[in-house]
Design a protein around this ligand. Structure first.
Ligand SMILES: NC(=O)c1ccc[n+]([C@@H]2O[C@H](COP(=O)([O-])OP(=O)(O)OC[C@H]3O[C@@H](n4cnc5c(N)ncnc54)[C@H](O)[C@@H]3O)[C@@H](O)[C@H]2O)c1
Ligand SMILES: [Zn+2]
Length: 385
């Protein structure tokens, strides 16, 4: 475990049944222009209606930018930011999943012509916060509302790359259960498993520490005990609210520690085949946990004691650890998320390229407690081919 550690997080967080209404108090009279980042689907679903109503009642000028594709590459993110710059906004609201929030976070530090997203891919720390930002997540989720990260596709590398700069951390976060109430099951499932991965990876990360463990364990408890109910029962509002909180906590855990080989090996699957982020993590979750098991058993046993409400505390570490990995596998299966790359017609001859691209994600591979050699990465990818 790390001996020195710290945490940066959003300054103002409102959660609960009426968190959206807090916007009224947050929007001060000196705000001249708001840009709302969202996507077309969410606009159509009316998920931006409450914020728009509050902004209009306050008489503040606003523009909606909704041309954000799911999982944008850096060119697409830059196009949106160029649009944003024309608006000369002094307040950003993001309503959406990780794709929308990540673009909005980049915009909050790229409001002038000084730097581009491409510059940040080379040196993420160049830019400073320029515009106040408020995040309203609509998936539960990436936890992007909590993190200093923005993930963009880099087509020329067939990879997704995380830009990490604490200046991107949101100033305000509103966690409102209404946002995820009608999430379609496949999206709820894959984004929920993404949050699950954040929690279990951060708890077993080489960068884990007392602060990140506090959030990762609580996130794991909330997510493992609510994900199936939240994804399969449209009326399970309490479970959905707990997922939203769990994914936020898991985002804080990412900020305080870091994800590991599940996310590292998943980036080429998103970058090259455009497999949704949550799905590619779900595919890798069990194989990577089994690979890591010899060195994380004790931690999985601690997680068992916390998460399994009717568990037997007297069980051996081996049994607790096996139980936890089985549960992760069961969650992915019950939620009917693909467990193999066969679903995406990935040819076996791509294996070498996948291994090479996965091994490039050293930012996250160094967090994996068991060293991942190219041979190990190849074996893991082979298992999911
Ligand atoms: N910044 C971070 O810390 C971080 C962490 C993990 C992942 N990510 C990134 O976030 C992106 C993925 O975000 P995501 O998983 O939230 O999905 P997403 O934002 O890509 O959204 C997926 C789809 O779900 C739809 N959707 C979202 N909310 C909905 C709702 N409430 N009802 C109906 N439809 C809804 C969207 O319109 C979109 O079509 C990826 O690019 C990933 O790499 C970022
Ligand atoms: Zn993730």
């Amino acid at each position: 475990m790390l001996t020195d550690y710290s945490l940066k997080m959003p300054k103002n967080i409102h959660a609960g049944e009426h968190a959206l209404e807090q916007l009224e108090e947050i929007l001060s009279d000196d705000i001249q222009k708001i840009v709302i980042f969202t996507d077309k689907g969410l606009l159509k679903l009316g998920l931006v209606d409450v914020p728009i109503k509050i902004i209009e009642e306050k008489g503040i000028n606003y523009t909606i930018l909704s041309d954000i594709p799911a999982e944008p590459n850096y060119h697409q993110a830059q196009t949106m930011i160029d649009e944003f710059k024309k608006e000369k906004a002094d307040f950003i609201i993001a309503v959406g999943g990780g794709s929308v929030m990540d673009v909005a976070k980049l915009a909050s530090i790229l409001a002038t012509d000084e730097y581009t997203v491409k510059d940040l891919l080379e040196n993420p720390l160049l830019a400073k916060k320029q515009v106040t930002s408020l995040m309203i997540p609509s998936t539960a989720g990436t936890g992007a509302e909590a993190t200093p990260n923005a993930i963009v596709g880099v087509p020329e590398k067939d990879l997704k790359i995380g830009i990490v700069n604490s200046e991107m951390i949101a100033d305000f976060v509103l966690l409102d259960g209404r946002m995820t109430k009608d999430l379609p099951k496949p999206i709820a499932a894959s984004t929920g498993v993404d949050a699950l991965c954040h929690a279990i990876e951060c708890f077993t990360s080489a960068k884990a520490n007392p602060i990140s463990n506090t959030f990762a364990l609580e996130a794991l408890d909330l997510i493992m005990n609510n994900i199936i109910e939240a994804c399969t029962n449209p009326d399970a509002l309490d479970a959905k609210r707990k997922m939203l909180l769990g994914s936020f906590y898991a985002g804080i855990a990412i900020t305080a520690s870091g994800t590991t080989a599940v996310h590292a090996l998943s980036y080429p699957l998103g970058g090259k085949y455009h497999i949704a982020h949550g799905v590619s993590n779900a595919i890798l979750l069990t194989p990577v946990m089994k690979f890591n098991e010899p060195v994380i058993k004790d931690l999985l046993a601690v997680a068992y004691d916390r998460v399994v409400k009717d568990g037997d505390k007297e069980l051996s570490v081996d049994k607790k650890s096996t139980y936890m990995i089985n549960q992760l596998e069961i969650i992915v299966k019950v939620l009917e998320i693909p467990t193999s790359l066969k679903t995406f017609n990935v040819p076996e001859e791509d294996l070498d390229g996948l291994v090479a691209a996965g091994m490039e994600v050293t930012r996250l591979l160094v967090n994996n407690k068991r060293e991942v050699t190219p041979e190990d990465a190849r074996n893991i990818y082979l298992q999911i081919m």
